[in-house]
Design a protein around this ligand. Structure first.
Ligand SMILES: [Zn+2]
Length: 251
């Protein structure tokens, strides 16, 4: 599963292998992609970038390949040229003797630059962006009525946070995941924003792996106070949040 750090690492990898290179052929069996893919043969990949969990690959002057990996999507390198492409390969970009392959999508579409801009505009500030958008993150969270654990998972509020970073950051910031975001004090929101940035940067430095302080540690002792780690599922996402009922009370 890909959250902000994994997507950022994958985008850096795509940029290393594609940016400034000619896409000799773009192969796909998908009907919705094939006409544009064919038209783009011989064009140069201008730029690969991401915001939150969304990846954008600019090919030629007019088109952007938009990708969201969700749970199953992957990018891999293979040797080209391909004689045929395996069924789980949604798209292959051949450049020289190498081929950059998208496997299992899961969101993969050709869009215009305007559409790409519309997507990034709808997303909240990227917690990994430089400069660090702390004030913007706090301003966005302050007005949310939903539980703080749900607010930080909402990509329109903050871009890049997934289920692991959510639990870990709330634990580091010592905030109860159930409290409505708009009742959390400013000091606690500053702590939370910094904690989100910290766990995401930690994961980036670890090559995309996470340090599990609470995540998937249900009933195991808290590293700080030995209380058993609890798990809850808050609406609307109902995704599991792991937390320490004793440590996470400062909001
Ligand atoms: Zn504890």
């Amino acid at each position: 599963m890909s959250e902000g750090p994994q997507v950022k690492l994958r985008t850096q990898w795509l940029a290393r292998h594609l940016q400034g290179r000619r896409a000799d052929r773009i192969l796909t069996e998908r009907q919705d992609l094939s006409a544009t893919a064919e038209q783009l043969a011989g064009q140069t990949v201008a730029r690969c970038y991401c915001k939150g969990k969304h990846i954008f690959i600019e090919i030629g002057p007019d088109w952007v390949l938009h990708n969201h990996l969700l749970m199953r999507g992957k990018w891999r390198m293979a040797k080209g040229p391909f004689l045929f492409i395996p069924t789980q390969y949604w798209l292959v970009i051949e450049s020289g003797s190498s081929a950059i392959c998208n496997i299992n999508g899961q969101v993969l579409e050709f869009i215009t630059h305007q559409q790409a801009e519309d997507i990034t505009k709808r997303l909240g500030p990227d917690i990994l962006a430089d400069p660090y958008p702390r004030e913007e993150v706090i301003a966005k969270l302050k007005v949310q009525r939903k539980p703080i654990s749900e607010a930080i998972l909402d990509q329109a509020v903050i871009a890049g946070i997934g289920n692991v970073a959510k639990s870990e950051a709330l634990f580091l910031a010592e905030i109860d995941p159930r409290v409505p975001a708009n009742t959390v004090t400013n000091d606690a929101l500053v702590r939370l924003s910094d904690a989100m940035r910290q766990v995401m940067q930690e994961s980036l430095e670890q090559g995309g792996r996470w340090i599990h302080r609470v995540y998937q540690r249900h009933r195991e002792p808290c590293h700080t106070c030995s209380t058993r780690i609890a798990v809850i599922r808050m609406p609307p996402s109902k995704r599991s949040t792991y937390f320490c009922p004793k440590c996470q009370r400062k909001h």
